[in-house]
Design a protein. Structure first.
Lengths: 419, 98
């Protein structure tokens, strides 16, 4: 490889998706563009005592189609999702693990709740009987297991780790991978995120924070980003995996370059565990612009965090206005969680994948379920349906409980960078 | 948990009293298969765990299952010496059938 310290361009050559809209990139994308919702009534965990009974579970997934009974012995649901999405991303990238230097490929994922979910049945049973029903609960349920399982399956021996910044985990993981490649430390990283929140205690825990939509009677329209009648987020799950690599690595392999990652900004609010703050978010956007050597005038589209909580959507809108000034109202701002729910640690990766596909296909997906304008959310959220446009630079926002903010910028790949 | 060995305690004791080495092997292989998902027909007495694809994590699952099913204790030192199904029969057989 011919990486040079400090100046490598970082390109995206592979994508993989396991989502409530389907278990392939193209299914996810076509359903997203069609304005479909993956949110349904949850029936496979006991929520009879819960205010919320709607969620966005992964659709069309049959573990037996991908894994042997022996594999499943030690793969949590999130490890399975990550492996399935990684296999798609590696195939699209045409990256043959047997043909590359194993030390040159890292695996850096975001993960947050999936471990709790995997551990919960064992803990529940232990609390009753004082017996560990699965002796492998620690290596199976640990939050870094999905990344490690990718590394083990494909023999990748660069750094393997998992970043936990709650809902911003995968955006930070991708940002870190981007920095490693750009600096010349590593040519290829399998990155992204995976998560699930579907266990009784975790789901009830979210509900007790009064952050979840309680629109149980209308699952498909329960999550309403930026709409005045929004009443909270809807929990989702899934995996979004990307192959990031240096431009020279992609060129040497003859890989098709889908887009380029050009900027990453990261800040914290530093004042509250659950309430977002305008300054921290705006500063992260500004940092990402500077990192990408762009200005506010260069951004053509924003893939918003847009959880559909009262606070997030108005604070995010205010932060966009603070960052972009009067131009904010001219930028399409899309929120895809109305369709796929909030997949927590996977959400940033799925947002970036959506942005890459917008760049590839010159179209942005709609923000669904936005029927009643909110005076505090007064930007162009693309509520009418998918819209043709030709974005060159897309900003992807990802914010988290704990006050962690991550902003990525994906750009159309052009052979010679224009100044 | 994956399946439950189809022996209740009284029945198990009764069978243990008249258990032959073949009976014991059948039960052990059944438990190994349940825990590892390796078909019983592939489990031969002399084959090493390595050849069978049984790794250290599988051995931990097997130890927990044997301890629970047979109400025995397997020390960590003892566990480290078990490398074949034959080792299980030799080292644990007397305790399992007593």
């Amino acid at each position: 490889m011919s990486e040079t310290k400090g100046i490598n361009r970082v390109v995206i050559t592979g994508l993989g998706v396991v989502s409530p809209l389907g278990c392939s990139v193209e299914m996810f994308w076509s359903e997203l563009l069609a304005g479909k919702s993956g949110i349904t009534t949850i029936t496979d965990i006991d929520l009879s005592n819960c205010r919320t009974r709607v969620g966005a579970r992964v659709a069309g997934y049959d573990a037996r189609h991908f894994f042997s009974a022996r594999d499943l012995n030690r793969l949590s649901l999130t490890s399975q999702f990550a492996l399935v999405a990684a296999s798609q991303a590696l195939a699209l990238s045409n990256l043959d693990p047997g043909q590359c230097n194993p030390w040159s490929v890292g695996v850096i994922l975001g993960g947050s709740s999936g471990g709790f979910v995997a551990a919960e049945p064992v803990i529940e049973s232990f609390s009753k009987d004082r017996i560990i029903t699965n002796p492998l609960i620690i290596p199976t349920a640990m939050n870094n297991a999905p990344a490690s399982n990718i590394s083990i399956r494909y023999g990748f021996r660069g750094p393997v780790m998992t970043i936990d910044a709650a809902c911003a985990s995968s955006a930070h993981a991708i940002g870190y991978a981007f920095k490693l490649i750009r600096s010349g430390a590593l040519p290829i990283v399998v990155t992204g995120g995976v998560d699930s929140s579907f266990s009784p205690a975790i789901f009830h825990g979210w509900s007790s924070l009064r952050t979840l939509s309680e629109r149980n009677e209308a699952p498909a329209t329960a999550c309403r980003p930026f709409s005045q009648d929004r009443d909270g987020l809807v929990l989702g799950e899934g995996a979004g995996i990307l192959i990031l690599e240096s431009e020279s690595s992609a060129q040497e392999r003859g890989a098709v370059i889908l887009a380029e990652v050009t900027g990453y900004g990261a800040t914290s609010d530093g004042y509250h565990l659950t309430q977002p703050g305008i300054e921290g978010i705006s500063e992260a956007m500004q940092m990402a612009l500077v990192d990408a050597n762009l200005t506010a005038n260069d951004i053509d589209c924003i893939n918003a965090h847009a959880t559909a909580t009262l606070w997030n959507d108005k604070v995010e809108t205010a932060a966009i206005k603070q960052t972009f000034g009067p131009r904010a109202k001219q930028i399409p701002v899309v929120g895809i969680k109305g369709a796929i729910g909030h997949s927590i640690a996977a959400s940033g990766a799925l947002g970036l994948i959506s942005a890459v596909l917008s760049i590839r296909d010159s179209v942005v997906p709609p923000t669904i379920n936005l029927k009643i304008p909110d005076p505090e959310c007064d930007l162009d959220y693309v509520p009418e349906g998918a819209r043709s446009c030709h974005p060159k630079h897309v900003m992807i926002n990802s914010f988290a409980f704990g006050g962690s903010n991550a902003v990525l910028i994906a750009s159309r790949y052009e052979t010679k960078k224009q100044s | 948990m994956n399946g439950v060995v189809e022996l209740d305690c009284d029945c198990k004791r009764e069978r243990m009293n008249v258990m032959t080495r073949e009976d014991l092997l059948e039960i052990i292989n059944s438990l190994i298969s349940q825990e590892t998902k390796i078909p019983v027909e592939n489990l031969t007495l002399a084959a090493s765990f390595k050849d069978l694809g049984i790794d250290s994590l599988d051995v931990l699952k097997l130890a927990a299952r044997f301890e629970r099913e047979f109400n025995i204790k397997i020390s960590t030192a003892e566990l480290q010496k078990i490398e074949t199904i034959s080792d299980i029969v030799t080292r644990l057989g007397a305790r399992i059938t007593n």
